[in-house]
Design a protein around this ligand. Structure first.
Ligand code: 8Y4
Length: 300
């Protein structure tokens, strides 16, 4: 009878993003947040000037970002939807300029198929649709036709209504069922399963307890068979736990990132790229080590 501690099998998974295939699971990938909105309430800064937005993007690339998530519509609870033309005006010039200067993976944070199609034309690789293709079903056609990566996120309701009265019998199984159903719709519409990444949508129609359960429940969500993206950076759950305002949530966000990676999350969507990359490297190093003969429960 062996007392060898089993090495945890990394949850290896390939992600198809247009012509590139990302081998996920060796280390966590870092997605830097680039808000191109006048109300980037969590950044302290706004990047409405395209040149400033691109400068901030390149800084995040230098800090180790694998992906940049460019968004022109605020997903803030209670926020109003943004006009199509406004969203296009905000994100497309930034994506085009960024693509000319870097081969970093670019994702477009949008629920509108037209924005996604134009973003991909301008050089984006990934669609980050927090509505999981429910707000604009034509998103499925864009994903199928372009073979872009597609992040499907769980949200209860819409950004306007989602925090009204979040209620679940079992938040983990209900989020998993929803994501499975959206994956099924994708498959029925010709989207390649290898394009899909799943996201439980921390803070989107959930109480603090639900958010903690979802983070603790990452291993259960991994049973859906696709990579997981977690967005928790500076969110109100971190404020709830630490009592800190949004400007003082770095340490809490790093602890949450480390815990999510340890539980098997593949991609983290963050504001603080440099710090999260360091945290991810430390967790990956510890995760990679065998500890044979160190099963203390089996000692004589
Ligand atoms: C402080 C900081 C307070 C941030 C609130 C927030 C996710 C996402 C957002 C996510 C994916 C946000 C666009 C909300 N969150 N996309 N987008 N996953 N895939 N709020 O968790 O960052 S915006």
């Amino acid at each position: 009878m062996s007392t060898t501690t089993k090495k945890r099998k990394p949850d290896l998974c390939e992600w198809l993003c247009r012509e590139r295939v990302i081998p996920l699971g060796h280390r966590a990938w870092i997605m830097g947040i680039l808000n191109v909105t006048p109300d980037s309430f969590s950044d302290g800064g706004t990047w409405l000037d395209p040149d400033q937005a691109v400068a901030h993007a390149l800084e995040m690339v230098a800090e180790g970002a694998d992906i940049l998530d460019v968004g022109g519509e605020s997903s803030r609870p209670g926020a109003d939807p943004v006009e199509l033309a406004t969203e296009i005006e905000r994100v497309i010039p930034v994506i085009r300029t960024l693509r000319a200067q870097s081969d970093v993976f670019i994702s477009v944070d949008t629920c509108k198929a037209e924005v996604a199609r134009r973003a991909i034309d301008a050089g984006a690789d990934i669609i980050n649709d927090i509505s999981a293709c429910t707000m604009d079903p034509a998103m499925l056609d864009v994903a199928r036709d372009t073979k872009a990566g597609l992040v499907l996120m769980h949200m209860a309701g819409t950004p306007r209504t989602m925090q009204q009265a979040p209620s679940y019998d079992n938040v983990i199984t209900e989020v998993a069922s929803y994501l499975q159903a959206r994956m099924d719709v994708c498959r029925e519409n010709g989207v390649d399963e290898r394009q899909i990444v799943l996201d439980p949508g921390i803070g989107f129609g959930k109480t603090p307890e639900h958010n903690v359960q979802l983070l603790a429940g990452i291993p259960g969500l991994l049973r859906l068979g696709r990579p997981l993206l977690i967005g928790i950076s500076r969110k109100s759950i971190i404020g709830r736990i630490t009592g800190r305002p949004v400007s003082e949530r770095l340490a809490g966000s790093l602890a949450a990132a480390a815990a999510a990676i340890e539980r098997g999350a593949h991609i983290l969507r963050v504001h603080d790229v440099k710090e999260t990359c360091d945290a991810a490297k430390v967790v990956a190093t510890i995760r990679s080590v065998h500890t044979p003969g160190c099963d203390l429960t089996a000692r004589k």
